[in-house]
Design a protein. Structure first.
Lengths: 540, 283
């Protein structure tokens, strides 16, 4: 909506749902797409503007149902894009009939938008009625809904057309006379206008007056009618009247062009406004469909979210008949998130990113409540399809380090870093040391950071808050019977897991469910039993 | 029911455009509102490829045409009905109604899907849609209620017999019947010579063969006949070939018009019209 690249890179955009959001908010008009190109996310220092933008969206959402928003968008979708025509006219070019038809449709659409948007759209987005010009162009409207340079534009045009009609009828009489004479001699082939073939067996003589041969073949000849003097005189008059019609039509076009040229700039501004309406209605539809609320926008960088929903994940879960558990957390500096595998740690990070993104795009957020301070960049460091090193020269750890170095490059204190299980692929001791050091460094820099890890004691060592996923409410059923299918296993995990985040009472390593999860997800019973024995002996 | 007629030709200069135009004029005389469009370019003064003169398309008032916007006459002005999203090499396609008789150039979309969509839209404005078509763009019309007229003529082969054989092969292909028998061997995509050879090697050909539409048969006539001699060949979306037209005069040579019409009628079983002689031949 406000440009992915300025706030997130491609990897982060994918991780925090920016691409999903872009698709949902995709403009439906050319003007909307152009307006979108010009938009940028709100940056630190633009909090007031962002508050106003979000309030604007929610005000329309208050006055408008989702169906009404969709109906208004349908009007926007049907509007032609007149900018090119208007620019041409403003530069001194003339209008074609197709252009006039397009402008009339555009003005019709503006009129409908104004009528249906009154009391719903913000005043600044209500289209200006170009009543005079609209009425003027509407003189060419036909019952079919089409446009024709018709009589109401110019009495001289009506007269010229009547004269042309009379001249054409006279010429057609002459042609009918010639055709009748030819038909009498050459037969039915001569009945039609254009070329006609006559077998030599039917007629082998010289062509009669008013008919000429245009092709000779062994068994036939091809003829066409040729105008004699009276027909030629009628044709000459017809051509003259056709010229008069063309001149009258050009006069009308020139007159309309002048009318449009005077208002071309205002019309161009209106075409731009249509783009703004498109984007606004997309945001309103989003707010209504997702029951989104206004976040409190604050000056200092922080993310507070109450029952926030990561919409792309919520959709995917719904497709599989599963429920999404909203996430609440408060990030005011740096924090560590721990919890069992599949306990929603990464989803918590992504949700924070999604909420931040919505707010900086000037959108209400899908949460019960939220407080957001703006950052310059949102950076995701963790597992996504796009994060892998495509050159193949770097290991997983190497790729992570390169990405981290890039993320830390630049002005400190203006980023939201979402770091998912950093250094998980190196030795546990060194990995833990790196995570602790990273947190300490981020604290000194003043960057917002949410870090998930399975290493023990990280939050305590780094001196940052520790949030933990509540975790398993009950043990998974002990294997013995048939192994559940993947969908079923995921449902069991979903039922048993409490995804809420709470402040951790003590710094402890998360886990305890990994082996049970592995069994549930299909790993061999013998193998998982061995793992449990190994775990017990290590604890002893 | 509103219908459409596609005029397809075996090549250039077989009277395709003259046939489409004659159909449109005849329908107009019968009080039927007509829309006309073309796959690719038609109605230009000279053929873009051969530079030979082309027939002028003078359409009567009341006709609806779909053509590239640059080909629209500036005068007499036309009634603009729709500017479509379909693009041609000459720009977007507009649908207009002629309010006075005028000479038109036709340039419609070149893809089957776009043509199908355009024909459906033209049916909103006219009782009969005539398209000056191309055989390979016909797939989109398969399965509908469109009629097909095949135009052939002296221009497509050096001898009368050659013209008749090529015409017959096309008609044979286009008239593959629908209603495939239960259990017929389904051919996905085009039935190419290599697939046909594989099929001929099968021992269960009595089950019959079914293709998607007649244009899926990308086979030489001899191979198709060989296949049909061993199995019923049917399609899921048949075409409806209703007539043929002949043009005895080619660029390089002429053939006897009566002999041509009679031979084509006999070989194809179709009613054959000689548009130039205003004559008809039946098998």
């Amino acid at each position: 909506m406000r440009g992915v690249s300025s706030l997130t890179d491609a990897v982060t955009a994918e991780a925090v749902g920016a691409l999903w959001l872009e698709r949902v908010l995709e403009p439906i008009s050319h003007a909307g797409r152009r307006a979108k190109e010009e938009r940028r996310p709100f940056a630190p220092g633009q909090e007031r503007e962002a508050r106003a933008a979000i309030a604007d969206v929610l005000a329309t959402a208050e006055r408008c149902s989702l169906e009404q928003a969709h109906a208004l968008r349908a009007v926007v979708r049907g509007l032609p894009e007149p900018s090119e025509t208007l620019a041409r006219v403003a530069a001194g070019g003339g209008l074609e009939d197709l252009d006039i038809h397009q402008l009339l449709s555009f003005l019709d659409g503006l009129h409908t938008l104004r009528e249906r948007g009154a009391g719903r759209l913000p005043e600044r987005l209500l289209p200006v009625p170009f009543e005079g010009l609209h009425a003027s162009l509407a003189r060419g409207r036909q019952r079919s809904g089409g446009f024709y340079l018709d009589g109401p534009f110019d009495a001289a045009l009506v007269e010229a057309r009547a004269a042309e009609r009379r001249a054409r009828e006279a010429y057609e009489c002459e042609r009918a006379r010639l055709r009748e004479a030819a038909q009498a001699l050459l037969g039915d082939a001569a009945r039609e206008e254009g070329e006609f073939a006559v077998l030599r067996g039917t007629f082998a003589g010289l062509p009669p007056e008013g008919v000429r041969v245009i092709r000779e073949a062994a068994t036939y000849r091809v003829f066409e009618l040729a105008n004699d003097a009276p027909a030629l005189a009628a044709f000459s008059l017809l051509e003259e009247t056709r010229g008069s019609v063309a001149a009258a039509e050009e006069r009308v076009r020139a007159c309309i062009t002048r009318e449009v040229r005077v208002q071309a700039d205002a019309l161009l501004a209106e075409a731009q406004r249509v783009g703004e309406i498109d984007l606004h209605l997309a945001a309103v539809s989003f707010a209504l469909a997702e029951r989104a609320v206004a976040p409190e926008i604050v000056e200092n960088a922080e993310v507070l979210m109450v029952e926030a929903r990561l919409l792309p994940l919520e959709r995917r879960l719904a497709e599989h008949g599963r429920r999404y558990v909203p996430i609440s957390l408060h990030l005011d500096g740096q924090a560590v998130v721990t919890g069992p595998n599949m306990g929603g740690k990464s989803a918590a990070l992504r949700t924070a990113g999604f909420v931040q993104l919505c707010a900086q795009w000037g959108l209400p957020v899908p949460a019960r409540a939220a407080r957001v301070g703006f950052v310059e960049r949102i950076c995701w460091l963790g597992v996504t399809a796009g994060a892998a090193d495509r050159s193949g020269l770097l290991s997983s750890f190497g790729s992570e380090i390169v990405r981290l170095a890039q993320a830390l490059d630049g002005i400190a204190g203006q980023r939201l870093l979402l770091i998912d299980e950093f250094a998980r692929t190196t030795s546990p001791n060194e990995g833990r040391a790196l995570v602790v050091a990273l947190l300490e460094s981020l604290r000194e820099r003043g960057d917002l950071a949410l870090v998930t890890t399975h290493f023990a004691g990280v939050a305590e060592a780094a001196g940052v808050p520790h949030l933990a996923v509540v975790g398993l409410r009950r043990a998974f059923p002990v294997s013995g019977g048939a192994r559940p299918a993947l969908e079923e296993a995921l449902a069991v995990i979903g039922d048993a897991m409490d995804y809420r985040l709470t402040p951790a009472a003590q710094s402890e390593a998360s886990g305890g469910a990994a082996i049970a999860l592995a069994r549930l997800l299909g790993l061999d019973d013998g193998l998982t039993a061995r793992a449990e024995r190994e775990l017990r002996s290590a604890r002893l | 029911m509103r219908r459409s007629i596609a005029v397809v030709g075996l090549g250039k200069d077989v009277g395709k455009t003259v046939t489409a135009f004659a159909l449109a004029r005849a329908a107009q005389r019968a009080g039927i509102t007509v829309a006309l469009t073309s796959v690719g370019r038609d109605g230009e003064v000279h053929d873009v490829v051969t530079t030979y003169p082309k027939p002028r398309l003078v359409m009567p008032a009341g006709s609806v045409i779909a053509t590239a916007t640059v080909l629209l006459p500036r005068s007499p002005a036309v009634e603009v009905l729709e500017l479509t999203e379909h693009l041609t090499a000459l720009g977007p396609v507009a649908i207009v109604r002629l309010r006075a008789e005028c000479t038109v150039g036709l340039g419609g979309p070149s893809t089957g899907v776009a043509m199908r969509n355009l024909v459906d839209r033209l049916k909103n404005y006219a009782e009969l849609v005539v398209m000056d078509g191309a055989v390979d763009r016909l797939a989109a019309t398969a399965g509908g209620d469109d009629a097909i007229v095949v135009s052939t003529g002296a221009a497509i082969a050096p001898t009368l017999q050659g013209v008749v054989e090529r015409t017959c092969a096309l008609v044979e292909r286009l008239t593959i019947p629908g209603q495939p028998p239960a259990g017929a061997i389904e051919v996905e995509g085009a039935l190419t010579p290599s697939k046909a050879v594989d099929l001929l090697a099968r021992r269960d050909l009595e089950r019959g063969i079914v293709v998607r539409d007649p244009l899926s048969l990308q086979l030489p006539a001899a191979l198709l006949r060989a296949l049909r001699s061993r199995a019923s060949v049917t399609c899921r979306r048949p075409l409806h070939v209703v007539a043929a037209t002949v043009a005895a005069q080619g660029r390089e040579r002429d053939v006897d018009p009566v002999a041509l019409a009679t031979a084509v009628a006999r070989a194809t079983g179709l009613c054959v019209y000689d548009i130039y002689r205003n004559a008809v031949a039946v098998s």
